[in-house]
Design a protein around this ligand. Structure first.
Ligand code: MN
Length: 416
């Protein structure tokens, strides 16, 4: 049996809340890559782009796709790390990576971070990657339940990425492939917005990959679209088995390639750097491509399958309670003012290191005694565990001390 990519579709969407798209993708059979960059300003986009670029040339006739994928990931890590230390605007940048290589009888996956790969086979959706995320670690340690993980405020904090460290551990695996398998690579902008059951449902509902991908993106946006959403899908077929001629071997990609991108690269390739993909439904977005057969290679056995009172101005004869209220009010506002002169450092819902003004407490009823003062471009995931412990411990600091720490952080002086 010799499988080939019979249909593919790749799309990325900024979502509804972000201004820029920091995801990048590559859909060039037999290689498919999704990277989700972080670091603020343009840095996240640069990091995810560097990750994807490391796979542009393909793997050639590799006999060892897993180690080749890992080597490319390692090279991308080194390049991103180097750049993040040589220029201030790139300090602290990083990216996730999920790369899949289609061999004749199996798919090899290399993976770092919380972008994911899934396989739909016979209607059943299976996740092929484990997230390298704080929330997943907490679940594995039994500290929180998988249900608690779904809405956890730090669900976007990742524990492994390309860029933050000089070297990175890359997870690789191979899975034996079958004719009819549909693979999905996606950034967390899809999976934090949609439960897996919903992803499976939409994939089953839309056999045509273009329809499935568009439905997934639309559903993630309807659910809030809090993050960039990237979806790369491909279907494998055995051309020698005519029985499964269910769908025509149509291959297309809807990507937002600017015309200059088309000059530099073959139209058959889709290399999408985010940012530009904001204009996603403009004419010319569609790049129809010819299917590429998976290149013949030495077959290799699968290695594993696997707000206050006082408003009541009613006149009362009893003035004592009113005085008491005034006193209480003064005490409360004194406490409030005192709280406003201190700062602490934590992370926001996106996992970015954030300077908060106030004290890290919420009053009964959900009134927070703090407000976000400044959001850095630095993802907590890019810090060493020791640095995360000392910096993000919510300890109270003066304004000068706290802002000094934030500046050092953003200059990359706190990354070790
Ligand atoms: Mn993301």
């Amino acid at each position: 049996m010799m499988l080939r990519v019979a249909e593919q579709y790749a799309a990325t969407d900024t979502g509804r809340q972000r201004r820029a798209n920091e995801d990048s993708l590559l859909a060039r059979p037999p290689l498919f890559v999704v990277a989700d960059g972080m670091g603020g300003a343009q840095a996240g986009e640069v990091a995810s782009r560097l990750a994807v670029d490391a796979f542009e040339e393909g793997l050639g006739d590799t006999a060892a796709p897993e180690s080749d994928l890992a080597r490319r990931a390692g090279a991308a890590n080194a390049r991103i790390h180097e750049l993040s230390h040589s220029s201030a605007e790139h300090a602290g940048m990083g990216t996730t990576l999920t790369a899949v290589y289609v061999a004749p009888e199996e798919v090899a996956i290399a993976h770092v971070g919380d972008s994911r790969a899934y396989r739909l086979r016979a209607g059943e959706l299976v996740r092929l990657t484990d997230d390298h995320s704080l929330v997943d670690e907490l679940v594995r340690q039994g500290k929180i339940t998988p249900e608690e993980a779904v809405d956890h405020p730090q669900r976007s904090v990742i524990t492994r990425a390309l860029g933050p460290e000089p070297a990175v551990e890359v997870d690789t695996r191979s899975y034996s492939a079958r004719s009819g398998d549909v693979y999905l690579l996606c950034s967390d902008g899809l999976t934090t917005m949609l439960p897996e059951e919903r992803v499976a449902e939409l994939m089953r509902l839309h056999p045509r990959l273009r329809d499935a991908a568009e439905a997934l993106i639309a559903a993630a946006n309807e659910a809030g679209g809090r993050d960039n959403i990237t979806v790369v899908m491909f279907r494998l077929e055995d051309p020698s088995a005519p029985a499964s001629s269910l769908a025509p071997p149509e291959t297309e990609e809807r990507t937002a390639l600017a015309p200059e991108d088309l000059d530099g690269r073959g139209a058959a390739d889709a290399v999408v750097a985010a940012g530009r993909s904001a204009e996603r439904s403009e004419p010319g977005d569609l790049v129809a491509t010819a299917p590429h057969p998976a290149q013949p290679r030495t077959p290799r056995a699968p290695t594993s399958a696997r707000a206050p009172g006082g408003a009541h101005k009613r006149r009362r004869r009893l003035v004592a309670p009113a005085i008491a209220l005034v006193v209480l009010g003064l005490l409360a506002s004194g406490a409030y003012l005192a709280a406003q002169s201190v700062y602490f450092i934590g992370t926001n819902a996106r996992g970015l290191v954030t300077l908060y003004r106030g004290v890290p407490y919420k009053l009964p009823g959900g009134v927070a005694l703090y407000s976000s003062d400044y959001v850095s471009g630095v993802s907590a995931a890019t810090l060493s565990p020791a640095r995360r412990r000392t910096l993000l411990d919510h300890s109270l600091r003066s304004e000068a001390k706290a802002t000094g720490l934030m500046h050092s952080l953003e200059l990359g002086q706190l990354s070790e």
